[in-house]
Design a protein around this ligand. Structure first.
Ligand SMILES: [Zn+2]
Length: 101
């Protein structure tokens, strides 16, 4: 059967039902292997002030928050992009573009 994507849009492989996560933007429940996981560093200090303090050698603590996005919200926010038909089956390594063949 022809498939639109090699992974069927998920990363679960042959395993059965997995856990669900809630989308951080719209609140819909999506499978964890299908959702896009985004790490964001958050600080309580404003970025302009933080830059000044960092120049003076201060340590600025930050928290790492994890956000999950459903596919439609991830596309809307620019986390993932719509790819051309030939490009769809290429696998992405973290943060890198696939090598042209
Ligand atoms: Zn969503």
């Amino acid at each position: 059967m022809p498939m639109k994507r090699k992974s069927r849009g998920r990363s679960k492989g042959g395993k059965g039902r997995g856990s669900l996560v809630q989308c951080s933007q719209c609140g819909s429940l999506v499978p964890q292997d299908k959702a896009k996981k985004i790490f964001r560093r958050t600080t309580l200090i404003e970025p302009v002030l933080a830059r000044e303090l960092r120049q003076k050698g201060a340590y600025i603590p930050s928290n790492v928050s994890v956000r999950y996005y459903c596919i439609s919200c991830a596309v809307h926010r620019g986390v993932v992009k719509v790819r051309a038909k030939g490009e769809r089956k290429q696998r992405w390594r973290h943060g890198r573009r696939p090598r042209p063949r």
